[in-house]
Design a protein around this ligand. Structure first.
Ligand code: C2E
Ligand code: MG
Ligand code: MG
Length: 699
C-alpha cells in the first residue's frame, strides 16, 4: 500500500475522518495531521506532505486563507478543497490562487480519484522541471558541440536499420543522451498516430526516388510535456543500382510557430472580446450539424438567436469599458449553461447564437431558453452600477429540413425579432407563418422603396372644428399610400417600417410638400374663405434631423405658403428621448413662426407641467381617452383634468376621435377648445375636401 501523507485543514473531526476513510478505501495508507487555525497550519507546513485537503468555511480559518498560506511556502503538492457548495465566483477566485481541484462534500467518494489524478500530475510537473533542468545542461553541451546549430540530427543506416540520433535530437524530446537507443522504433513509436501514415508514405516516396527530398511537419511525443510539433527534413543516399542505403537529416522544433499559427486561426474564427466562436465558425459548425441531420433522421438540433435588451444604452451611457465587461459577463453566463456538445457564438454587438446539439425533443430547447433567460437576467454589478440584463430569444429547429445554415440563422433571427416585438424577455419559436410574414415584410420593404421613388403617396385631410363656434379651424394632413393596384394603405401599416428603414424622412418631406401645395391651391381657389392652417405629422426620425428647420423653410418657400399656416404634430416621446435638443428644435421652429402641437397626449409618460416647459401651446388628447369619456368614470375624469390643467397652463386642447354626439357633449361641458373625428368628418381626399369647402363657404 502506498503511504500518503495528508494535511487536513478542517474544523470538524468527523468530517476529517470521513475524508480519510474515503482515501483509505482508495487504497492509501494514510498518515495525517488535522489543523484548523493559521498558526497550526504554518507549523504543519514545515513537514513534507503529499497532499493538502482543506475545508472551505471554518470558524477561525478558511479554504482561501489556507491556500494563500500554502502558496507562500512554495511547496509543490496538490491542494484540494472539499466544500459543501461553492459559487462560481469563489471557485474562480480559488482557481486563480492555484487550487488543484474541488470536491463537494456530497460527493466524497470522488475524492480518491481526484487525489490520485492530482498526485500523478504533481509527479509529472516535478519530472518536467527536472527534465528542463537537464535540458539546460545538455543544451549547453550541445551548443558547444554543434556550435549553435539548433536542429537535432539523425542518420539512418538502412542496411542494418539503426539510427544515430544526436544529443540535441534527444534533448528536444526531453531525453538524456543515454535514454534513447539506436533503433528505428525510438522514432516511429514517438510519432503522433495521426501523422504516422503520412510520415511513412512520404518516406517511402523519397526512398523510391519519387521526391527530391523528404520533408514533413509532424508531432513527436516528448518525454514529459506531451506532443510537440517538429519539422523533419532528410535526404537519402543511393547506391549504384539506385537503392537507398542511407538517409540523414534534421529535426526542428516548430511548436511555437504552430502555436502562433493556431492562434491566428483561432483569432480568425473567434470573437476577440469574449473568446466565443464568431459567426463564421458558428455557421461552419451548424453546417456540419445539418449534414449530420441529413444522414440521421432522428437527429434534432436547434439554433437560438439571442439579442440583449438595451445594450446600446449601457454602452452609450456608461462607456465602452463597462459595455465590454457587460458583454463578457453575458458570454460567461451563456457558457455556464451550455451542455457538452453545444456551441455558443457572439455574432455582432449584442447578438449571440447557440447551437443545441442532439436534442431529445423540442421542449428541451424551450426549457433551455427559459433557463438561459433566467441566467442572463441575474442583476449584474459593474463599475459601481447595477444592471438588469435581459434578452429575447428566437428558436429554430433543424427538423424543418434545412440544408443551408444561413437559412436556419435567418429564421432564428426572424423569430428573435418577433419575440422582441412582443416585449421584454420573450422567446419565440420559428414557424412557417413567421417565414411567410418575414417574406411579406421583405416584399413590403421592396414596394415601399419603390413607392418613395415613384411618389405613390396621397394626403387626406381631416377637418378640425372649433367647439364654441362650430367653425372649421384647420385640417390635419394624414398620409395614405396608394399602391399601383389602386388600394389605399393606411399609415399604421407602413409608417413603422419606413421609420425602421429610414425612408420616413423622404416620405415626410413628400407629405409636407403635398400639404403645403394643397393649402396654397385652396387659398387661390377660395380667396374669400378664411385662410386655414394645416397640421402635418412628424415622425421622431424627422424631428431629430439637424436640418429639419431648413428643410421646412425650403418647402414653405417653394410652395409659397406662409409659415404661420403650418403646424407640426409631434408626440411626447419625441420630446422625452432627448429633451435638450428637442427644446432647441422647438425654439428654432417658433422663431420661424411655425407652431408645434403635441399629438396623442396621455399615451407617453410626461406630465403636463413638464410639457409646459417646452414652447408648445396646443395639445391633442389621444383618441383612446376620448372614446372612454362616455363609458367610464375614470376616462371622463382624465379628460376633464387634462383640459383643466392645460387651460391653467395657457394651452389649447384638441380632442381627437370624436365619434358621437355624447362625446361632443362631454367635451363642450369641459370647455375643450377644438375637436376632430368621424362625428364631423372622416379624413377626406383632396377633392372631397375641396367639395366640402365649396359647399360651406362660411364654415
Ligand atoms: P394621429 O396623428 O393621431 O391621427 C389620427 C388618427 O385617427 C388618423 O388615423 C385618423 O384617421 C383617425 N381618426 C380620426 N378621427 C377618428 C375617429 O373619430 N375615430 C377613429 N377611430 N379614428 C379617427 P390614420 O389616418 O390611420 O393615421 C394614423 C396615424 O398615422 C396618425 O395618428 C399618425 O400618427 C400617423 N400618420 C398619419 N399621417 C402621417 C404622416 O404624414 N407622417 C407621419 N410621420 N405619421 C403620420
Ligand atoms: Mg396627428
Ligand atoms: Mg393622435
Amino acid at each position: 500500500m502506498t503511504e500518503l501523507r495528508v494535511l487536513v485543514v478542517e474544523d470538524s473531526e468527523d468530517d476529517a475522518l470521513l475524508m480519510l476513510l474515503q482515501l483509505r478505501r482508495g487504497g492509501y495508507h494514510i498518515v495525517h495531521e488535522r489543523v484548523d487555525t493559521p498558526d497550526a497550519m504554518r507549523a504543519a507546513l514545515t513537514l513534507p506532505w503529499d497532499i493538502v485537503i482543506s475545508d472551505y468555511t471554518m470558524p477561525s480559518f478558511s479554504g482561501p486563507a489556507a491556500l494563500s498560506l500554502f502558496s507562500e511556502t512554495g511547496l509543490d503538492c496538490p491542494f484540494i478543497v472539499v466544500t459543501g457548495t461553492i459559487g462560481e465566483e469563489s471557485a474562480v477566485a480559488l482557481m486563480k490562487m492555484g487550487v488543484s481541484d474541488f470536491v463537494l462534500k456530497t460527493n466524497l467518494p470522488r475524492l480518491p480519484g481526484v487525489v490520485e489524478r492530482e498526485l500523478r500530475e504533481a509527479d509529472l510537473r516535478r519530472a518536467k522541471r527536472r527534465a528542463e533542468e537537464a535540458l539546460r545542461v545538455s543544451e549547453e553541451r550541445y551548443k558547444l558541440a554543434m556550435q549553435g546549430a539548433n536542429d537535432g540530427l539523425w542518420d539512418w543506416n538502412i542496411a542494418d536499420d539503426t539510427v544515430f540520433f544526436s544529443s540535441r535530437w534527444k534533448s528536444m524530446l526531453g531525453y538524456e543522451m543515454d535514454e534513447v537507443g539506436d533503433s528505428v522504433d525510438e522514432w516511429q513509436n514517438r510519432l503522433h498516430p495521426d501523422e504516422k501514415q503520412s510520415f511513412r508514405i512520404k518516406l517511402i516516396n523519397h526512398l523510391k526516388h519519387l521526391t527530391p527530398h523528404f520533408e514533413i511537419e509532424h508531432r513527436m511525443l516528448h518525454k514529459t510535456s506531451g506532443y510537440r510539433w517538429m519539422l523533419t527534413r532528410g535526404l537519402a543516399v543511393y547506391d549504384d543500382s539506385g537503392r537507398a542505403y542511407r538517409m540523414a537529416g534534421s529535426q526542428t522544433d516548430i511548436t511555437e510557430r504552430k502555436r502562433t499559427e493556431e492562434q491566428l486561426l483561432h483569432d480568425a474564427f473567434h470573437d476577440g472580446l469574449t473568446g466565443l466562436p464568431n459567426r463564421a465558425l458558428f455557421t461552419d459548425l451548424l453546417g456540419f450539424a445539418l449534414e449530420h441531420r441529413q444522414r440521421n433522421d432522428s437527429y434534432l438540433s436547434a439554433v437560438l438567436f439571442i439579442n440583449l435588451e438595451r445594450f446600446r444604452y449601457v454602452n452609450d451611457s456608461f462607456g465602452h469599458r463597462i459595455g465590454d465587461q457587460y458583454l463578457i459577463e453575458v458570454a460567461s453566463r451563456i457558457k455556464s449553461v451550455l451542455r457538452p456538445g453545444d456551441v455558443a457564438a457572439r455574432f455582432a454587438g449584442d447578438e449571440y447564437a447557440i447551437l443545441l446539439d442532439d436534442l431529445r425533443d423540442p421542449a428541451e430547447a424551450t426549457r433551455f431558453a427559459e433557463m438561459l433567460q433566467t441566467m442572463i437576467g441575474h442583476p449584474l454589478g459593474l463599475g459601481g452600477h447595477e444592471f438588469f440584463p435581459g434578452c429575447n430569444v428566437g428558436i429554430v429547429f433543424s427538423a424543418s429540413g434545412y440544408h443551408d445554415p444561413e437559412d436556419m440563422l435567418r429564421d432564428a433571427d426572424t423569430a428573435m425579432h418577433r419575440a422582441r416585438k412582443r416585449g421584454k424577455r420573450k422567446m419565440e419559436v420559428f414557424d412557417a407563418a413567421m417565414h411567410a410574414s418575414a417574406v411579406t415584410t421583405l416584399q413590403l420593404e421592396h414596394e415601399l422603396r419603390r413607392a418613395v421613388e415613384r411618389r405613390e403617396f396621397l394626403v387626406h385631410y381631416q377637418p378640425i372644428v372649433e367647439l364654441t363656434t362650430g367653425k372649421l379651424s384647420s385640417f390635419e394632413a394624414l398620409i395614405r399610400w396608394q399602391k399601383p393596384d389602386g388600394k389605399l394603405v393606411p399609415p399604421n401599416d407602413f409608417i413603422p417600417l419606413s421609420e425602421e428603414l429610414g425612408l420616413i424622412v423622404d416620405i415626410g418631406k413628400q407629405v409636407l410638400e403635398m400639404a403645403c401645395q394643397q393649402m396654397v391651391m385652396w387659398q387661390q381657389q377660395f380667396p374669400d374663405h378664411r385662410m386655414l392652417p394645416v397640421s402635418v405629422n412628424l415622425s421622431g426620425k424627422q424631428f431629430n434631423q439637424p436640418d429639419l428647420v431648413e428643410e421646412i423653410e425650403s418647402v414653405i418657400h417653394s410652395t409659397g405658403l406662409s409659415a404661420s399656416h403650418l403646424k407640426l404634430e409631434i408626440t411626447e416621446t419625441m420630446l422625452m428621448e432627448n429633451p435638450e435638443s428637442a427644446r432647441q428644435m422647438l425654439t428654432r421652429l417658433r422663431e420661424k413662426n411655425i407652431k408645434v402641437l403635441m399629438d396623442d397626449f396621455g399615451t407617453g409618460y410626461s406630465s403636463l407641467s413638464y410639457l409646459h416647459r417646452f414652447p408648445c401651446d396646443t395639445l391633442k388628447i389621444d383618441g383612446s381617452f376620448v372614446r372612454r369619456i362616455t363609458d367610464e368614470r375614470e376616462g371622463k375624469e382624465i379628460v376633464r383634468i387634462i383640459v383643466m390643467l392645460a387651460h391653467n397652463l395657457g394651452m389649447n386642447v384638441i380632442a381627437e376621435c370624436v365619434e358621437t354626439e355624447e362625446h361632443l357633449g362631454v367635451l363642450r361641458e369641459f370647455g375643450c377648445d377644438l375637436a376632430q373625428g368621424y362625428f364631423f368628418s372622416r379624413p377626406l381626399s383632396a377633392s372631397d375636401a375641396t367639395d366640402l369647402i365649396q359647399r360651406n363657404p362660411s364654415w
